[in-house]
Design a protein around this ligand. Structure first.
Ligand SMILES: Cc1ncc(COP(=O)(O)O)c(C=O)c1O
Length: 486
């Protein structure tokens, strides 16, 4: 019997032509992006038009849809694809990653399980990533989730499970209701907001976070951590996890991972490292020593969509002991199948999610394209650019660094020569400068705050970033800054 006429079947037959059109549009986008305005905010009238577009009774034509997306959506991306976008800690998408993602959606495979090609590619990628981060290979695994927040949540769920089990509670059966001790999570006061959200989501309440004070380089203090844990144990509380930072969002600071690992090992407390941004710094010989102890953590979060040029979204969680993860999550009703092998485990046994996108193709393709040497070159180059910007700022008499440069992040502010205004006015000046740069389309660099002072924050993340970007940025800031403060 002939299948009924269907627009989707029509498109399948016309796929080559349609795909070529889309490829042409994508190519033009990537080619012209560097010359355009960095932050393109969608005009009000167009927002209205898009928001109010009705669902057509009769399907639109495929070409009409492609035209709509080309004309009304594509010109308004996030700035992160542009080399002069310094605000987000997200890298631009590797072109090969974009193409591999297209193949992944063509296959329509999911990351829950089953012996499809993506699961075995994930197994390979999982090993590559553990090797890259010098993480143990035995009984360990890598999960690819939506990002740093999802990875942190997965890790802390398992940490909570382990702490409860060790204390004699069956948390999967009885939940938190049965636990009469206060469960605590320790993390730097510089931790990313996702840690608090995770702790809240896990039902522990934000008040169960012990914020570890930091030193003058924004690193959490190990001596304080040890004291806090001892005090809490004496009070009968139940430490669940310690979260160390490998590259804080604000300043790129790396907590003393070895000391944290010693403290956790002595007391058998879960050590989770949030290296969503900074973990790839291990590839830079200058940071290798500080990041080598990643291997001692129970779990490590890092985001291929941050520093490894993988198109969003992709967070990776390195898991030291996959058996505990399975114990915390696996649930196999009759309508599902259990499966997987040691080197190609089925992810749904190890996380909350069942059906979710197969991120292995785009991530594998990006890493394969760069190779270990290409990845190292990028990481080293970005760190060097940050250092160079830091040096240039220190040499200048109208800028000041507000935090030591760490990894590829630089926090600084413009301070006019012989400044005699107030701190509040200086804060306002940073915001005005940031807004002006965005308005003129020259760069994108939002503000942040260091020790109560508003700052400009630059993070190098683009595979085409060079020293010229630093010259451009400094000229820009000085020109606008001088004009605004004269
Ligand atoms: C250190 C750190 N952890 C977690 C996150 C959250 O990652 P995501 O936005 O992928 O959920 C970020 C995001 O910037 C981060 O910098």
């Amino acid at each position: 019997m002939t299948p009924p006429a269907n627009p989707l079947a029509e498109d399948r037959r016309d796929f080559n032509r349609l795909a070529q059109r889309v490829a042409g549009i994508a190519e033009q986008h990537l080619r012209t992006l560097p010359d355009g305005v960095v932050d393109r905010v969608m005009p009000e009238t167009l927002r209205r038009e898009v928001l109010d577009t009705p669902l057509p009774a009769q399907g639109m034509g495929a070409d009409q849809i492609i035209n709509f997306l080309r004309d009304k959506i594509l010109p308004w991306p996030l700035p992160t694809g542009h080399a002069r976008s310094y605000g987000w800690i997200n890298s631009p998408p590797a072109p090969i990653g974009i193409l591999a993602e297209t193949l992944a959606t063509t296959m329509n495979t999911t990351s829950d399980g089953y012996d499809h090609g993506g699961i075995f590619l994930l197994g390979c990628l999982s090993r590559w990533l553990r090797e890259l981060f010098e993480f143990p290979l035995d009984n360990s695994m890598t999960l690819l989730l939506s990002g740093g927040s999802a990875c942190n949540l997965n890790a802390l769920t398992v940490a909570r499970h382990k702490a409860a089990t060790q204390a004699g509670y069956d948390i999967r059966r009885d939940g938190l209701q049965a636990i009469d001790r206060r469960m605590l999570v320790y993390s730097s006061q510089e931790a990313h907001s996702s840690i608090q959200k995770c702790v809240e989501t896990l039902g522990l309440g934000a008040g169960s976070i012990r914020a570890i004070p930091t030193d003058d380089q924004f690193r959490a203090r190990a001596d304080m951590l040890a004291d806090m844990i001892e005090q809490d144990l004496r009070a009968g509380h139940l430490p669940c996890a310690v979260v160390a930072l490998a590259g804080s969002t604000n300043t790129g600071a790396i907590d003393p991972l070895d000391e944290f690992a010693n403290i956790c090992e002595q007391r058998d407390i879960w050590l989770h490292v949030d290296g969503a941004y900074g973990a790839p710094g291990i590839l830079d010989p200058r940071y290798h020593g500080q990041l080598r102890p990643l291997a001692r953590a129970d779990t490590v979060t890092f985001n291929p969509h941050k520093w490894l040029m993988t198109p969003v979204d992709c967070g990776a969680l390195l898991v030291k002991n996959k058996s505990i993860h399975r114990e915390a999550f696996s649930l196999v009703p009759a309508y599902l199948e259990a499966g997987g092998t040691d080197d190609a485990p089925w992810p749904y046994h190890y996380s909350f999610q069942l059906t979710y996108a197969d991120r292995s193709l785009k991530t594998w393709a990006t890493l394969a394209r760069l190779g270990r040497d290409g990845l190292t070159e990028l990481v080293v180059r970005f760190d060097k650019l940050a250092d160079l910007l830091g040096e240039r700022l220190e040499q200048s008499d109208c800028f000041e660094l507000l935090a030591p440069v760490s990894l590829s992040v630089v926090c600084f502010r413009y301070r006019p020569r012989d400044y005699s205004g107030t701190e509040d006015e200086l804060d306002e000046l940073q915001s005005a400068l940031s807004a002006q740069i965005t308005r003129d389309g020259e760069a994108h660099m939002p503000t942040s705050e260091i020790n109560g002072k508003r700052c400009l924050r630059a993070c190098f993340m683009h595979y085409e970033n060079t020293e010229q970007d630093i010259d451009h940025l400094l000229t820009l800031l000085e020109t606008y800054g001088d004009a605004m403060s004269s």
